[in-house]
Each structure stands twice: as structure tokens, then as C-alpha cells.
Ligand binder design. Sequence first.
Ligand code: HEM
Ligand code: HEM
Length: 192
Amino acid sequence: MTATSKQILVFDRIVRSTHWLIAVGIVATWFTRHARGAWHEWLGYGVAAVLLLRLLWGLIGSRHARFADFMQSPLATIRYARKWWAGTAPRFLGHNPLGGWMIVTIWTTLAVVLVTGYLFTTDRWFGIEWVIETHAISTWVLLGLIPIHVIGVLLASYRDREHLILAMIHGRKPEVIDGQTDPSGTSAIKPR
Ligand code: HEM
Ligand code: HEM
């Protein structure tokens, strides 16, 4: 039987809104890639602005928004993955260490897409084959990472018996599930 406790706020408004804005922005930028006018570029600049805000928030934001909260060393992440596989991994209120690396990989790939897209609009880099090729290839890598990310979210939701998609919408998670809480202790963040 699954015993869950009260719901507490884990992901603040900036984490949630930047997540969905980046997701929608990537889809919109993709669909305008051959559109007439500068829609593609302007949507891309919008995504870049939201990404910059989210990265800044990773330094100064609320507890589970911070890199320091969800980034662990590669060794600790491998240890976590082994435990996850064996079904003995501790529960994390914020992103778990595997999720943390996935998130940073997505952000880094997105940054490559954005920078190469921008470079291609400048006099210095326009028309250079490898620039637009890197833009296209990094886009494909990004489009490959997204379904892996969503599958990871669904698997983690199933394994940890919590609804992560809802958590990314309203920001709350059960404080304790089956007696398991965050290894670093629990506390709700201040509403923002
Ligand atoms: C273009 C599409 C997407 C991108 C680039 C993306 C990227 C990300 C990133 C970077 C994070 C970390 C959030 C943060 O701390 O700011 C994240 C978390 C999350 N994403 Fe997405 N995402 C995408 C689509 C989706 C979709 C379609 C879903 C749901 C079906 C989803 C569900 C989630 C959830 C539940 C989390 C929190 C996971 C956790 O608790 O560790 N994402 N995503
Ligand atoms: C989420 C962000 C973005 C995605 C997913 C994306 C994706 C793509 C893709 C798939 C192409 C087609 C490449 C090809 O024809 O081989 C493209 C073309 C291009 N992108 Fe982006 N892009 C993004 C952001 C940007 C940004 C920020 C800029 C510039 C400010 C930009 C500028 C361009 C330009 C100039 C082209 C060439 C258009 C053409 O062939 O007429 N992109 N982009």
C-alpha cells in the first residue's frame, strides 16, 4: 500500500513557467524553421531569454531550482543509478541526480542550437557550412533528448509513485511517500 503525506511546494513559479515556455518555444521555433520572415529567429531569441533566466535562477533561485540542489558528481550519479535499478534508491524531492544530468545536457544542447543559430545571422559567420550544420545537428540531438526526458519522467513517476507531470504544473509533491523523504531533509519552499 502506498502511504503518501501532505503536499508541499517544491518547484517555484519560475522553474515551472520557464520549463513550459522553453518546451513550447522549442516546438514553435522548430515549426517556423523554414517560415518566411524572422519568426524563427525571434522565437529563438525568446527561448534564449527564458533559458538565461532559468540558468540565473539555478544560482539564486529557491532550493530545488538550484544547481547545487540537483547536481551530483558522476560517481555519485552512477551509484544512484545502480540503486535506482535495484529499487533501493533514496527519494529526492527536487530532481534526482540522473534527472539533474539530463537537465544540464538538455540546456547545453539548447545553448549550442541557440548560439549557432545566432552566429548564422551575423556577417562574420553567415554562409559557413559547419555553423548551420551544427545548428541542424544539435537540433536533432535536442529532439532526441526530449522523448528520453519524458520517458525518464514517466519511469520516475511510476517507480517513486508520484505524479511528476502534475508537480511541474502546480509545483507540489507529497512530502513523504512510504516513509521516504528527501535524503537532505524536507521543507517546503516559500511560495513565489
Ligand atoms: C521541448 C520539450 C521539453 C524540454 C526541453 C524539457 C526540459 C526540461 C528541463 C530542462 C527540466 C528541468 C526543469 C527545471 O529545473 O527548470 C525538466 C523537468 C521536467 N519536465 Fe520537461 N522538458 C520538455 C518537455 C516535457 C514534457 C512534454 C513533459 C511532460 C509530459 C515534461 C515533464 C517534466 C517534468 C515532470 C519535470 C520535472 C522532473 C523532475 O521532477 O525531476 N517535460 N524538463
Ligand atoms: C530552439 C531553438 C532553435 C531551433 C530548434 C532551431 C532549428 C532550426 C532548424 C532545424 C533549421 C533548419 C536547418 C537546415 O536547413 O538544415 C534552422 C535554420 C535556421 N535557424 Fe534555427 N533554430 C533555433 C533557434 C535559432 C535562433 C536563435 C536563430 C538566430 C537568431 C536561428 C537562426 C536560424 C537560421 C538563420 C536558419 C537558416 C534558415 C534558412 O535556411 O533559411 N535559429 N533552425
